[in-house]
Design a protein around this ligand. Sequence first.
Ligand SMILES: Cc1ncc(COP(=O)(O)O)c(C=O)c1O
Length: 370
Amino acid sequence: MTDSMAARAARHAHLRREKLAKGDPVALPLTMTSTFNLPGSPAGFSQYGRFDNPTWDAVEHVLGHLENATCVAFPSGMAAIAAVFFATLKAGDRILLPSDGYYTTRVLTERFLTPMGIAYDLRPTASYLDGGFAGYRLVFVESPANPGLDLCDIAAVAAAAQAAGALVVADNTTMTPYGQRPLDLGADIVVAADTKAPNGHSDALFGHVASRDAGMVSAVRDWRKLSGSIPGPFEAWLVHRGLETLELRFDRMCSSAETIARRLAGHPKVLSVRFPGLEGDPSHNLAKAQMDRFGFLIGLTLASEEQAEAFIDSCALILPATSFGGLHTSAERRARWGDAVAPGFIRLAIGCEPVEELWKAIDAALAAAS
Ligand SMILES: Cc1ncc(COP(=O)(O)O)c(C=O)c1O
């Protein structure tokens, strides 16, 4: 971790204290209310639950501390992505999306933006710089891309895309601010699914938009208020609590992933491994340059769909589930969702189990899988 993120992590544990008056509860109160006591002029006060909520404010304060930017909370990662699209795009615009990123972003664009007159192109993450960015209003980056784990040079893409007049949006879901900070690399906006590692307990969906551009933040806030795409206070409270241990969990998950990726790469049943931390990975040098950690996602390919399913099902310490970033290690075959990967490709999301126990379980399941 960089010194500045270590300082942020340390201060995070005391952020709430900085605002406490004598007699206030140390833990964050959960404010469940749809409306507020509001006699007379409403200006300057909380007015209505679609406009603001003290529990959102608290989680946005923490996220803002980690992003070093203003954050706007949303009920899911997709709600955050949709907010950026709907707050910034208009008919006649053209956007660029990764062809190998999280598929729902492409489906949202095709299903709802295209009929509104917004065109899009797809490009593989590994060659995102090829072809330039002329004519794009918005360039969307996902690095590492989920699920294939290719990278692009975020600083180079941001500089070239901004020079061509585009807004640069980075989905940082796979990394969290502790692993990579796209705003520091030049992106205009970060979107993230806090459903994953930031909440970390697989019990809430959540998302946020982060930006250092006041106009952008204001447009995204207006979208939330007017569209009603608001997070529930209880989910905000859960994410606030989850964030308190993010640094600890993320550190364990990334360290374990480094150990396990290396062992998987040397395993006779594994055809190939993608992990940016492996010296032989095509993205390794770029990963070292732009990421603080290599993340906790590993892509591994087994010989067949059957072998991959048998491995996932028989491993006592792998939860067969979509999503990632929870305390428990989880895995799935991404071809089951139609991702353009081999039938035996598995996205393995390393959790917080002690690493040697986890490896023993993985090794045993690989030996049994046929
Ligand atoms: C990279 C990425 N972005 C966005 C999302 C969407 O997040 P949510 O499911 O919270 O809407 C996901 C979900 O898996 C994701 O992997």
